[in-house]
Design a protein around this ligand. Sequence first.
Ligand code: HEM
Ligand code: CU
Length: 571
Amino acid sequence: MGQTTVTHDSHAAHEHDHHEQSFIMKYFFPTDHKIIGLQYMFTGMFMAIVGGYFAYAFRMQLAFPGMEVPLYGTIGPGEYNMLITNHGSIMIFWVAMPVLIAAFGNILIPLMIGCDDMVFPRLNRLSFQIFLLSVVVLFMSFFVQGGGFGGAWTSYPPLSAVAEYNLTDWGASLWLIAVALEFVAFLIGGINFVTTSMNARAPGMRMTDIPMVVWMIVLASIMFMASVGPLIAGSIMLLMDQRIGTTFFVPSGGGDPILWQHLFWFFGHPEVYVVLLPALGIVAEIMTTFARKKLFGYKTILYTTFATGGLAFVVWAHHQFIAGIDPRMANIFLVTTLLISIPIAEILFSYIATLYGGSIEFRTPMLWALGFLITFLLGGVTGIYLGSSALDIYFHDSYFVIAHFHYTFFPIAIIGMFAGLYYWYPKMFGRMMDETLGKIHFWGTIIPFNGIFLPLFLVGMAGQHRRIYNFQHFPDLATADLQGIRVFATVSMVTMLLFQFVFAYNFFVSMFKGEKALANPWKSNTLEWTVPSPPPHGNFAELPTVYRGPYEYSVPGNKEDYWPQNMPDRN
Ligand code: HEM
Ligand SMILES: [Cu+2]
């Protein structure tokens, strides 16, 4: 194969140690966890632009129905469905998962637990390659006859199973194959995260010395592995329905479409926690650093997360309250759903208690972390209404649901991503981002975000159904008041998008022009800050020894208000 020749040719040119690799090997066939992490990061960020662009297009259609959308064109009903379907799928499978789990997991885990790389580096590379393939297949699905799949990210049959219904024979199948490939990529990646964190920790690092973000990514990976199996089987069955005429999910052939709903949500609900946990972990690292406080209740948070993880597997049918399930079943799922809000609330209380009495420094990463807590709280609280089966009969599939889950997903995927990026940027790229631009970007995102989704609770309560491309077709919903709200939400959205250019500028320009970053610019305790920024290939010149937990800030008797995990003596 060409690879070997390349390595040999360029090998002679190297003056450095034999770790140095050719450009091609380093970036196209990497095994270094940091490079693979960055590949996941940049792919995820690129997909966020695509998913955001789709949201821009369909929000314009909702505010100004039938208008030619600038930089897009006119949107027909089928195309509207394609846009929302792929917006949702992309944001969850190709943004939240790659950025929060794969990018941060890859970049942070070996550095934070004090080892030189993942235990299975080639498996790691394979994971990204399959992920990239899934992106390619998804893009292919947009260009086949009939266009991209429009049957929603939940892909309910019989619509998704029968080409006469979804009007895009191959669009539906390629979408399904893309999602399945993405699952495979994350199963492979997850094996690495769990095994590395459990087996490759630095000497002295006990289970309870592991930084919270590492724990959270590990637990997320385990939850993903445990929930996705049935859905992979289900996807193959759905693919067979589409391609070879089986009728597993098609009632006209004796199949059961509700079965798919169960398989989907048995995965789909835990999936929410799969992306939530890493974001919670990122926030924990940032909060403790910028409040100079110990994480309040490390073990409580950990055990509570185990409880959440367990409960998350027995709430799925709250998505099916109106699907005709037995009301006695609905009651059980109502109870489990309300129960799961207890551990989640407990985690948030621990976070708030961490802030209490801290000497808080409002640096950019901290603003994002606090923004996460506040917005996610609103998402969580509104979920309690939806979990009550009686209320959900009215709210189901309304914009109240859309507002609710964007108040959870947006903080997770977007705020969590930015929090982590601003915080670890100096480590990843060796330079600082600009604080002022960072703060402008924060306020320019968080205020319009609320401007988009707070009003959507209102239109939802007024009865506005989701997945409708033109509300002029519904006289009750075509009132000037409701249309005014829709325009307000769309204008907020465009405002928010414009502020992302501030981020793009800051992100790319700081890479070359930013102030050079010290090894430990935020004076943090965890091991990634003990190596140079950016860390060299192999990470640690000498593998570290760990003496204490990650959150020893403001410890009485120390001269400094932080106490790195690898420091033998008092600081
Ligand atoms: C950039 C700002 C965003 C805006 C303005 C936005 C807006 C919307 C709207 C209005 C819908 C409903 C469309 C309809 O039903 O007709 C929707 C659907 C959805 N969005 Fe977003 N969204 C944004 C970001 C996100 C993020 C960050 C995520 C997840 C990480 C996400 C996940 C979803 C999902 C899963 C759906 C459901 C798609 C479906 O019905 O199949 N969105 N979005
Ligand atoms: Cu759920």
